[in-house]
Design a binder for this molecule. Structure first.
Ligand SMILES: [Zn+2]
Length: 224
């Protein structure tokens, strides 16, 4: 898929694992990531550049630096990827109240008048989410994904032994045991180089799981 990019964007970061930077190549209309830079941090930064709303799209309040948050329209826990198409800038109160609802569900939730209606709706949603996770794992539009058979994902990071003990790996494992599916998608650049979803990918490789959701970003390039 082609993700939405601003015309102008540049970002650099010095992290514990080294230096890296990202920018939008205007001529090729492509996001380039180079060196040691976190994909999700780049996208977060980029979202603030793309969205200059001053108003929360949910409640209409005026956003200030202190109250602005980044919301996954389809929540991370339901497989929502960190891509501009799935992100929205909103106020922290709405983000917190939205919790594990997707954007449409939350807009409906806001129309409910009484507390009992809200509680009832949340119960129905919870059942629905469990069922969806069991049926398909990751709950994202088909047009964002590609057939996992079409691509081999490359990981530049070495598989360390302690990865299996990490919280994120354990969460992927726990979900898989509970739902029989991988919930978090793997995001790759145009060449199949991994951008996000490292733990899902590692777990699928370790356990020979071919049923994995892959989002390939055709206008993003990760360079060493
Ligand atoms: Zn709000």
């Amino acid at each position: 898929m082609i993700i939405n990019l601003p015309n102008d964007f540049a970002y650099e970061a010095q992290g514990t694992s080294g230096y890296g930077y990202a920018y939008v190549d205007k001529e090729r209309k492509k996001l380039i990531l180079k060196g040691n830079i976190s994909y999700s941090r780049v996208i977060t930064k980029l979202m603030y550049d793309l969205n200059e709303h001053e108003i929360c799209p949910y409640c209409g309040c005026r956003l200030s630096k202190a109250t602005t948050t980044l919301d996954h329209c389809i929540p991370v826990d339901r497989g929502g990827p960190t891509i501009p198409e799935n992100l929205i800038i909103c106020c922290s109160n709405c983000n917190e109240e939205k919790g594990n609802m997707n954007k449409e569900e939350y807009l409906f939730y806001r129309t409910l008048k009484t507390n009992s209606e809200k509680i009832e709706y949340k119960k129905i949603l919870e059942k629905f989410c469990t069922k969806t996770k069991m049926q398909k794992g990751c709950d994202i539009p088909n047009e964002w994904t590609i057939d996992p058979k079409e691509i081999d994902i490359f990981v530049s990071i070495n598989f360390r032994e302690n990865i299996k003990r990490s919280k994120k790996y354990q969460k992927v494992k726990k979900n898989y045991k509970k739902y029989g599916k991988l919930i978090y998608p793997v995001i790759s650049d145009e060449n199949g180089i991994l951008l996000d979803g490292f733990y899902s990918l590692m777990y699928s490789k370790e356990n020979n799981i071919s049923d994995i959701t892959i989002v390939k970003l055709d206008n993003v390039e990760r360079r060493c």
